[in-house]
Design a protein around this ligand. Structure first.
Ligand code: DSN
Length: 478
């Protein structure tokens, strides 16, 4: 039995939890076992370090800390100040940003903070000024109507959902779709790439207050210098949501025109995807927007989570180490090896490949919907998620795509040879799965047929592939 610090820490924590509610301790242990056994290709997930995980499990969780460092609405925040200031300092240094706000609880929250900061900066609104001075609970219905009237018609131009944009960039399922009059730019139907001339044309016609770049399913780099020029040409504020590729920016894989920080007025991110930190969000900006950004709580955020800010400080310190740059470049090497392996076996990929951490397979060539493919892969021990492809005939629920990403498997240490083997497993499953029929015999977009022996064999090969790369090798639960 291992007695290293990590094993001791997690074992002791589980023992303490088990004494109160054993089912929670069991679920935590089971989660580690499940993660260890699955070939995780979800492009937005990763494995945070033991230090990052442990920084969250403590009494910082007990503190309220509304306000900012040195200006709190609660007493006794000196230690929260320490970790928030450290997280912000690491973020500024890592990304070369003038200001970092590390309180957002998620990417959606970070985007909301950014939207309100931009509105407050750009729109003359007495109602907004009043709202900022008061607690939200003290605003009357008339105040909210005034806010809506004064801010209601602002325009946002962002990437369309089926081209890989994110629903927080002005789409209806998210509040941003209700806050803004939104229009999207897509990708070129022939190449699948962003057509910057078309973006410029849409910006000229629509004249948005905010131009948003960033994606959750676009497998290519974005030229942020060109996007900033487009924003400037119409007087828009340029915002980049780098949630998916923040690790590639941190690791200096995306530099120059492809690094959003020098080009955008404001940059948002999550901290748990390719950046490999705790679940959470963050906003980076220049001095002009800093004051408005710092009003995120209580304007749109609940009280900050000091335990998560502590973990952000740890993860950002890790990302400043030289080995993180090596990790980031291996993420892209692996994604390209995976893409090449799939292409060689006849798969169709949106844009024909990748130059970031993700690959989008158009599974219609296999005669499947994304939903059928996702489930068949899951049956075979391969965890992915379905995703729309540009102009998807199957919509956002069934979809025609499977999104796969390499940040997690790269953290485990898998390399190019294992990516080729993974491509073989994915291709085998998709090739051997057929679309099923409903009870009435009609074609189904959800049902599928896969020989259980194939699923079992692929599952075994996936497990074998992972065996030399144990997850959290420093942690033995006993
Ligand atoms: N849910 C994240 C993703 O999977 O891309 C984005 O919000």
């Amino acid at each position: 039995m291992s007695h290293n610090a990590e094993s001791t820490a997690f074992r002791s924590a589980l023992e303490v939890i088990r004494a109160v509610e054993p089912r929670v301790a069991d679920a935590i242990s089971a989660e580690l076992a499940d993660q260890r056994e699955s070939l995780k290709l979800i492009a937005s997930e990763n494995y945070a370090s033991p230090a990052t995980l442990l920084a969250m499990g403590n009494w910082f969780s007990d503190k309220y800390a509304e306000g900012t460092v040195g200006r709190r609405f609660y007493a006794g925040c000196q230690n929260v100040d320490t970790v928030e200031a450290l997280a912000a300092e690491h973020a500024r240094e890592l990304f070369g940003a003038a200001h970092a706000y590390v309180q957002p609880h998620s990417g959606i929250d970070a985007n909301l903070v950014a939207f309100w900061a931009i509105l407050a900066d750009r729109v003359e609104s007495p109602a907004l000024k009043k709202a900022q001075k008061r607690h939200v609970n003290d605003l009357t219905e008339a105040d909210w109507f005034a806010l809506r009237r004064e801010l209601g018609d602002q325009r946002m131009l962002g990437m369309s959902l089926d081209a890989g944009g994110h629903l927080t960039h002005g789409f209806r399922p998210n509040i941003s779709g209700k806050m803004f009059d939104q229009r999207s730019y897509g990708t070129d139907p022939a190449t699948g790439l962003i057509d910057y001339d078309k973006v410029a044309e849409a910006a000229r016609e629509f004249r948005p207050l905010i131009l948003v770049a960033g994606y959750s399913a676009y497998p290519r780099k974005v030229n942020f210098r060109i996007m900033r020029e487009i924003a400037d040409s119409v007087g828009a504020t340029f915002m980049v949501d780098m949630a998916h590729f923040a690790g590639l920016v941190a690791g200096k894989v995306f530099t120059g025109d492809f690094d959003p920080v020098p080009h955008a007025h404001i940059v948002t991110t999550t901290t748990h995807k390719s950046l490999r930190g705790p679940r959470g969000g963050m906003v980076l900006c220049g001095p002009e927007l800093a004051d408005q950004v710092d009003r995120g709580c209580p304007m749109v955020l609940g009280g900050p989570l000091p335990h998560v800010m502590a973990a952000k400080a740890v993860a950002l310190a890790e990302a400043r180490r030289p080995d993180f740059a090596d990790y980031a470049s291996r993420i892209v090497d692996n994604a390209q090896a995976l893409a090449d392996g799939l292409l060689r076996r006849g798969a169709s990929l949106v844009t024909g490949g990748t130059d970031n951490h993700l690959v989008l397979i158009d599974v219609s060539g296999y005669g499947l919907t994304g939903r059928q493919a996702e489930q068949a892969l899951l049956d075979s021990g391969i965890v992915t998620n379905r995703n729309a492809v540009p102009q998807d005939p199957n919509g956002a629920w069934y979809t025609s795509g499977i999104r796969i990403g390499t940040p997690a498997l790269t953290t485990r240490g898998l390399g190019a040879a294992e990516m080729d083997a993974t491509a073989e497993l994915i291709h085998t499953v998709l090739d051997r799965t057929t679309a099923g029929t409903g009870p009435d015999g009609a074609a189904s977009k959800a049902k599928y047929v896969l020989d259980p022996a194939v699923a079992e064999s692929v599952g075994k090969q996936a497990a074998d592939l992972l065996t030399p790369f144990p997850l959290y090798p420093e942690v033995t639960l006993g």
